[in-house]
Design a protein around this ligand. Sequence first.
Ligand SMILES: Cc1cc2nc3c(=O)[nH]c(=O)nc-3n(C[C@H](O)[C@H](O)[C@H](O)COP(=O)(O)O)c2cc1C
Length: 166
Amino acid sequence: MTSVQETAAQEFLSGMRIAASGVTVVTANGEGATVSAMNSVSSDPPSLLVCLYKGTRTESAIDRKRGFCVNILGESHSAIARVFAGMQQAEERFPKDQWISSPVTGSPLLKDAVASFDCEVDQRIDYATHTIFIGQVRHSQVRDHAPLIYSNCNFHGLGKLPANTT
Ligand SMILES: Cc1cc2nc3c(=O)[nH]c(=O)nc-3n(C[C@H](O)[C@H](O)[C@H](O)COP(=O)(O)O)c2cc1C
């Protein structure tokens, strides 16, 4: 990388660090990783994408299984996010009272997640350092509680804005 490219990369990382995102744990075949690079693609068919570093255990597991489950974390799940990011150790990463198998792909599903989407891989895109998986959603489970947010290297709750009076 030239110094101009390095500066551009640093500026990009600074900007992305401040951007706020939801936090998910993407699971497949007994593996799991904390992932913020998740987005919807379409509702026809219901589909979403996740971006995973090449060479992570979860990326390999998705390739083997051709399926994965996206678990959107709630405000009370920051410890789970740390465990699946490798920032915190846990005796058991998938305790049986918190996790079950998803109905279609058999991937770990967090019972208390804000929402879980059980997906079959429809497309796999190889891009630089990452693999982008587009999954067709075969089963969704939704609970009504506040999501966990990640911004500026910290976890946050969803602070409410004052009511708009204009
Ligand atoms: C808030 C947060 C968001 C993350 N988002 C991603 C992501 O979108 N894609 C990714 O590949 N890794 C992401 N990571 C890093 C992975 O969680 C980390 O590399 C993990 O240890 C991979 O685990 P594995 O090798 O067991 O699959 C994120 C980490 C944190 C703390």
